[in-house]
Design a binder for this molecule. Sequence first.
Ligand SMILES: [Fe+2]
Ligand SMILES: [Fe+2]
Length: 349
Amino acid sequence: MEIKKLKKNALFNPEGDIELRFRKMIGGNTTNLNDFNNMRYKWVSDWYRQAMNNFWIPEEINLTQDIKDYPHLEKAERTAYDKILSFLVFLDSLQSNNLPTISEYITANEVNLCLHIQAFQECVHSQSYSYMLDSICSPEERNDILYQWKTDEHLLKRNTFIGNCYNDFQNSQDGFTLMKTLIANYILEGIYFYSGFMFFYNLSRNGKMSGSAQEIRYINRDENTHLWLFRNIILELKKEEPELFTPDKIGVYESMMREGVRQEIEWGQYVIGDDIQGLNKQMLEEYILYLGNLRWHSLGFGFLYEDHRKEPESMRWVSQYSNANMVKTDFFEAKSTAYAKSTALEDDL
Ligand SMILES: [Fe+2]
Ligand SMILES: [Fe+2]
């Protein structure tokens, strides 16, 4: 069977469709006009507002305490800190470069608006890691950490898996390959960041590197909106392009999800292991299996791992950190740190 290539978005296209009923996620004919009043995908308004409210600047977070803490970290903590940061920098760099490739084939202008904002946020994330490293270590150490993914065999293996997924779409732009890229994105945003995030939150709950954890909380908040965006794109495609959701294709997405979960557990256990106070391999595994279930289920596909439907007791503390709209010192007050609500950014350290 011949594989049908997707039509690339036209750029200057006066003949594009204005009527909403013709607008489609892929294969449509858009004028590219940013019309905020006529949106086919109504959820975009809420998404856009949330993303704008989440605006933040890495340097607004004070890292003075981290500069003091970093040299005194236990050896295992410091090794994990460096390797996790190296992985996160790679992920965010790859995201900022890959998103424009995806949006070239998305023919709903309002959804492209979201993808562009996401790409901007991925740049901010990359810069926040740079700010963290510039603050706590020498330029030589910083460069060593940034490029560890080329010398650490585990890191290289991880990055190769993700990089290859994204490269596939660079080489063949058909609907099924796009869907696999969207699923890879969804896994990246919803699974791959999480061993890293929980490591930073754990350090912070042990009274270490609280500024770094705060940076991560803002990143985590953005990643939640990215996850929301990709979930919605996938769910819309499910309605519009049923041929991309035949049982055998869903089987491919499912095995990608399982492989993503497996790799994240393997990576997390390598980088965190059993030598860090407050975390161990089992906690990590249970949490990632639970996340895999959560992600797969929210695409409307049921559960992957029967015994891991509920958030593990031992990891309840993670959501207190990952919900960045809660003030760290008083969860019950539930004060928002969103940019639109003024002083929260500088107040909550
Ligand atoms: Fe990011
Ligand atoms: Fe992201």
